[in-house]
Ligand binder design. Structure first.
Ligand SMILES: [Fe+2]
Ligand SMILES: [Fe+2]
Length: 204
């Protein structure tokens, strides 16, 4: 039934966006704090876990599924969506490059703390602003066009791919990301997560 599969697929895609947004919000908050108080040494394990999540979840699982299923079907059904879909595919490529910059900025920050806080925060801002705009475009433009143009068979395939029933893209499992997400929450300092507050420390 078109409606059931459609609703399931849309719900999963929105949920995946919410998880990504939660990690981005937390990362941005902690990057801002690290920049504004250079006397507190960040727990770099938290930053590394967050960036690993961003690298693997949106970049290696969520985006490839959008490319292979959602965008593919939309482009086939609605020629008027070609420009939009091409733009979003290009953004997926750009997102991967921004993550590499984020990783480089983190290495520089960790090795040079408290130097590098400004550059790290700038890289976090660049990625998070880029990704929020990207997700908004998908939710406000792509999903309504998909609702309008996709068939029941399309939605079945999309719901199955996003539901984790088939995972042709990579050997990555949703449950691994649920575990990584919980780890981020338990490590991140309150009020962002459940971990201990970061302490003041002397630069190395
Ligand atoms: Fe996307
Ligand atoms: Fe997305």
């Amino acid at each position: 039934m078109k409606n059931e599969a459609m609703q399931k697929a849309i719900r999963i895609i929105r949920d995946e966006h919410r998880s990504i947004a939660a990690v981005l919000h937390a990362l941005k908050h902690l990057a801002d704090e690290s920049y504004s108080d250079a006397t507190v040494r960040p727990d770099f394990t938290v930053f590394r876990a967050m960036i690993r999540y961003i690298d693997e979840y949106p970049e290696r699982l969520h985006h490839p599924k959008e490319d292979a299923y959602l965008f593919e079907r939309l482009a086939a059904r609605a020629p008027k969506a070609h420009a939009l879909v091409d733009g979003l595919r290009a953004e997926h490529v750009r997102g991967a490059a921004l993550v590499r910059e984020l990783e480089r900025a983190l290495v520089f920050f960790e090795e040079g703390w408290p130097r590098g806080a400004f550059e790290f925060r700038a890289a976090v801002d660049a990625y998070s602003e880029f990704h929020w705009a990207h997700m908004r475009k998908e939710e406000n433009e792509v999903l309504p066009l998909c609702e309008e143009n996709l068939t029941a068979a399309d939605w079945d395939a999309i719901a199955a791919a996003f539901g984790g029933n088939t995972d042709p893209i990579a050997d990555l499992r949703e449950k691994d990301f649920a575990q990584l997400f919980s780890r981020i929450v338990s490590l991140a300092p309150a009020p962002i997560g459940l971990g201990e507050p970061w302490r003041k420390g002397a630069p190395a």
